[in-house]
Write a protein that binds this ligand. Structure first.
Ligand code: FES
Length: 390
């Protein structure tokens, strides 16, 4: 009955309550229902039924009917670290389990998805979700500490502890798993992970196993000490081969691709040399479809050297033919924003004040390009020089 009382005791009666208030002393709350919907004095039985319904059923279920704000991948939200585990023997990989810091549910995700972490320093970094996609209560990411990197991984290791909160965007999926027979002509799946590249692959293995798919996996790395999640990978038994460079040598394309008795979808994530070995091994192979995610910038091809001037500081840097413009900028401005280094997140976007651009991304719209936007991680100068607003 709480809902009814609150409504009728409102100091600003409306509609029929307002009319009824003419027959009661000012300030006295309305405690009776109006007798008839159309203002007659005779009691309307339908109105009585409606009043009983609205005063009992709706308050009883109102907590279920309250609209909940839906989370959106493009909106940032706060998550709390509820678990922190070291998941590699060398102690350089930490897995963080994140739960909502508010009462909003987490967005569902599919294997291959990642989160954007908005770190306290202002850096944004992308990390693949590496937990169980069926878990609707938490997300899990894993981060390898790279002391010589851009500072994001070190910041995660040093500042995110159990109880810390962190802003995220996403999840988003840039490498979705297509189930053989449903959107993929393949009959089986081969997973190839290198080092921390295991993170997007782990949920795929869980999903493949759960769906009863025909799959196998090779997991490579420098040494057993350096590769994370060994116990989680080994529980899949002989479907998984763990091979390390110090024991087995650098794997060949054939080692990575494995036996392919039937059309195969190959999903991989790892360092560039491993991806390059795979790419070469798959030349001419029409029976294997390749899905990959790299965790570092793609090599620059067909680059020409040029110079770029940072408008705000007036500094001019040289960009070598085989280096990215972002790498050159970071040398003089280490806090320049970036995340994916692959031309799809848009974090490194700058405005070009002068010079023509050789756009090499698939992210910016023609409108954005016409208005002087460019992505420094992949795009370059079309001529000898650019001036950018940075
Ligand atoms: S860093 Fe992501 S688009 Fe450049």
């Amino acid at each position: 009955m709480t809902g009814e009382r609150n409504d009728l005791e409102s100091p600003e009666p409306r509609g029929h309550d307002a009319a009824h208030s003419l027959f009661r002393p000012p300030g006295e709350p309305v405690r009776e229902i109006p007798p008839h919907l159309y203002g007659r004095w005779k009691h309307d039985p339908l109105l009585r039924v409606a009043n009983v319904f609205f005063s009992t059923v709706i308050p009883t279920f109102s907590h279920l009917m309250r609209p909940r704000q839906l989370a959106e991948p493009d909106r940032s939200r706060e998550l709390r670290v509820i678990k922190r585990e070291i998941v590699a023997h060398d102690k350089d990989v930490v897995a963080l389990t994140l739960a909502p810091a508010d009462d909003q549910p987490l967005l569902r995700w599919t294997p291959g998805a990642h989160l954007d972490l908005l770190l306290p320093s202002g850096r944004m970094r992308e990390y693949s979700l590496c937990g169980d996609p069926a878990d609707q209560e938490t997300y899990r990411i894993a981060v390898r500490r790279i002391p010589t990197g851009g500072g994001g991984s070190v910041e995660v290791h040093e500042t995110l502890h159990v109880g810390s909160t962190v802003s995220i965007k996403g999840p988003r999926n840039g490498m979705p798993l297509a189930v053989p027979g449903y959107g993929s002509p393949a009959k089986r799946i081969r997973f190839v992970a290198g080092g921390i590249g295991i993170t997007p692959i782990l949920p795929m293995m869980i999903a493949a196993e759960r769906l009863g798919l025909d799959w196998s996996m090779v997991y490579s790395g420098r040494s057993l000490d350096a590769i994370p999640f060994i116990p989680e990978v080994e529980r899949f038994g002989d479907k998984v081969e763990v091979r390390t460079d110090d024991v087995h040598g650098i794997p060949s394309g054939a080692d990575l691709i494995g036996a392919t008795p039937e059309p195969t979808a190959l999903y991989t994530c790892g360092p560039i040399p491993m991806l390059e070995t795979l790419r070469k091994g798959l030349i001419g192979r029409t029976d294997v479809e390749l899905h990959y995610e790299r965790f570092s910038a793609p090599p620059v091809t067909d680059g020409r050297p040029f110079t770029v001037t940072l408008d705000k500081s007036g500094e001019t840097v040289s960009v070598a033919a085989d280096r990215t413009m972002l790498a050159a900028i970071l040398k003089v401005k280490p806090d320049a924003p970036y995340s994916c280094k692959q031309g799809f997140c848009g974090t490194c976007r700058v405005h070009v004040a002068e010079g023509a651009v050789d756009h090499r991304d698939n992210t910016l719209t023609p409108f954005e390009r016409q208005h002087g936007q460019m992505l420094t991680c992949v795009s370059r100068a079309a001529g000898d020089h650019l001036t950018i607003d940075l």
